[in-house]
Design a protein around this ligand. Structure first.
Ligand code: ADP
Ligand code: MG
Length: 274
């Protein structure tokens, strides 16, 4: 099972869009996926048509140890389960502050899944902060994907983000690796996008070989700016259902293929899917 945190403390960079369409795309390739929505805004849940109203249990109940992930996850499409979130989750950061195991709640909840081995992927859509919810995701994850907008301010905050992964790797999760940076909202043909890519490559080439991001790469696939990607959430559909022929669907399909190509034992998984 691959456990992936999609993180960037900036909002609006494409975390949720990428988490949702990655999950949906992997599922279409026969992978069994669980998306955990870790943002109190609940955009990932809504994007899959799930609105957690009233007493519907959410990931908040996992953080307060009132429910298990298996109790809460909902099947939203063939092979895709979503553990929904809503605004209640904002309280978890505060409520957990004094708990001695506050950073490992999610990791323990994943380990407690009795059918863990049935899942090929867990994808965690992080909130736009480096707070306790993101720390929980990094503690539970093996891999980090960083969506980034290639503009002038896109790299701002990146070193803080990477320092956080290093801190978690040192203290809580030795297995954590930043595997890739995904350029989202990409305006191809602009000088700026190319400059940001060059800066990033240079930065990665100079990184400390012990750092969690030492082997990170910029994914070859880039997600172009595409209006259909912005429309799809309000229909509660992944891009492959909402507009399967648009550039956004094409870009996420290529990204999914790249992610699948990096599966540690690709043959085993495809044998299982067949
Ligand atoms: P985050 O989760 O990092 O805050 P989102 O994935 O929610 O970012 O994206 C922010 C906004 O931009 C959303 O309204 C989303 O629909 C839109 N969006 C994301 N990616 C694209 C894209 N490639 N083209 C056009 N709009 C996009
Ligand atoms: Mg989001």
């Amino acid at each position: 099972m691959r456990v992936i945190a999609v993180m960037n403390q900036k909002g609006g960079v494409g975390k949720t869009t990428s988490s949702v369409n990655l999950s949906a795309g992997l599922a279409r390739q026969g992978r069994k996926v669980c998306l955990i929505d870790l943002d109190p805004q609940g955009h990932g849940s809504l994007h899959f048509g799930l609105e957690a109203l009233g007493n519907t249990p959410t990931v908040y109940d996992v953080f307060t140890r009132r429910a298990s992930l298996a109790d809460i996850r909902r099947l939203v499409a063939p092979n895709v389960w979503v553990v929904p979130s809503n605004v209640d989750l904002a309280a978890a950061e505060v409520e957990l502050v004094d708990s001695p195991h506050r950073e490992t709640v999610l990791r323990n909840a994943i380990a407690a899944l009795s059918d863990q081995q049935d899942f090929d992927y867990i994808v965690m859509d992080c909130p736009p902060s480096l707070g306790l919810l993101t720390i929980n995701a990094l503690t539970a994850a093996r891999e980090v994907f960083i969506p980034l907008q290639p503009h002038f301010f896109g790299l701002q905050g990146l070193s803080k983000l990477l320092e956080t992964t290093a801190l978690v790797a040192r203290r809580l999760n030795r297995d954590l690796k930043v595997s890739g940076i995904l350029l989202c909202l990409y305006d191809s043909g602009t000088r700026l996008a190319a400059d940001v890519r060059d800066d990033l490559n240079e930065f990665l080439a100079q990184s400390d070989p012990q750092a969690p991001w030492a082997n990170a790469k910029i994914f070859n696939s880039r997600i172009r700016r595409n209006i259909k990607l912005a429309e799809a959430p309000s229909f509660g559909q992944a891009i492959f259902d909402y507009a399967p022929k648009c550039a956004g669907a094409h870009d996420y399909e290529a990204f999914v293929a790249e992610v699948i190509a990096a599966e540690p034992a690709a043959q085993d998984v495809s044998a299982k899917a067949a």
